[in-house]
Write a protein that binds this ligand. Structure first.
Ligand SMILES: [Zn+2]
Length: 290
């Protein structure tokens, strides 16, 4: 069994559908709710032929992408700089989806405002050019590109230095630089996260299975039922205290396969300021780019 049990999402808000159905929505004007129903009903009809379809839904509150899937068991809503995404089991009624979205309105609007007040997302996208700043362990380092005999990446003299061999100085050096940097961040991630995971697991008298690093779109880490850990190597851009929290979180899943109060207590034993670090990751995680 390789199923993934637990993960650290990048700002998800999940809830059981049956519990939400009990929550009446009082603060949304009825007109808006009806309009929303119409929009969702339309999208619902469209999505019937495809059980895992992405649709843009325009609503009086906010536009969002609706993704229906046969495998999903619960409703979930996610806000990112890319927009709002609602995931629903294929059997969920349109009324239930609209109640769920309306129930989450203030939470979603709060995060949309937060993203709107932040610098343009495009400004975060890397160009891989000389002098551009890259984060590593929470510090900014300017990129320095130089020719050399062999390709290499080193952190030296306050700069992230990328050496490109003559063969690599091609028409698109940015792609080569990006690959080199990714390789270096992966190496750093394994070098940091592996001993730390073993060390924290030992404090819980548990053993870690394999440790892998990947670049995942929506998760910082997860722990499988077999005790294998997987981390998003982008976390190496974050401050060390945040990295420590992430490892404490995933390692705690070796004991508690849930997010119960006992789980958080366990995280607190390994990382006393876990709340502060978790909040930092929620607020700034999307800004971590390489
Ligand atoms: Zn978790």
């Amino acid at each position: 069994m390789n199923s993934i049990l637990h993960s650290t999402p990048m700002g998800d808000c999940r809830a059981k559908t049956n519990r939400l159905a009990l929550n009446p929505v009082k603060y949304i004007p009825r007109r808006s709710v009806l309009a929303l129903h119409r929009f969702i009903a339309r999208s619902n009809r469209l999505s019937c032929s495809d059980l895992r379809k992405r649709l843009w839904v325009a609503s009086p509150m906010f536009d969002y992408q609706l993704i229906r899937s046969k495998r999903r068991k619960t409703l979930a809503i996610k806000v990112s700089p890319q927009g709002v995404e609602v995931r629903a089991p294929s059997w969920t009624s349109t009324a239930e989806i609209s109640r769920f979205v309306a129930h989450k309105r203030s939470w979603v609007e709060h995060h949309l405002q937060r993203f709107a007040s932040l610098p343009d997302r495009l400004a975060l996208e890397k160009q891989y050019v000389e002098g551009e700043l890259f984060q590593y362990l929470g510090q900014n380092y300017p990129l320095q590109v130089r020719p050399g005999k062999r390709h290499a990446v080193v952190l030296e003299d306050g700069c992230l230095q990328v050496t490109l061999s003559q063969r690599q100085q091609t028409a698109s050096p940015t792609q080569v630089i990006q690959r080199q940097l990714e390789h270096w961040y992966r190496q750093q991630a394994l070098a940091w996260l592996t001993p730390l995971s073993h060390q924290l697991a030992a404090q819980l008298a548990r053993r870690v299975g394999s440790i892998k690093v990947r670049r995942t779109r929506s998760k910082w880490g997860h722990c499988t039922s077999k005790g294998d850990l997987q981390y998003n190597w982008l976390i190496m851009a974050a401050p060390p205290a945040v990295i420590h929290y992430l490892v404490a979180h995933e390692v705690s899943h070796l004991v508690h396969h849930n997010h119960s109060p006992a789980f958080w207590q366990q995280v607190g034993q390994l990382c006393p300021d876990w709340q502060q670090q978790r909040d930092w990751l929620k607020a700034h995680g999307y800004q971590l780019q390489v």
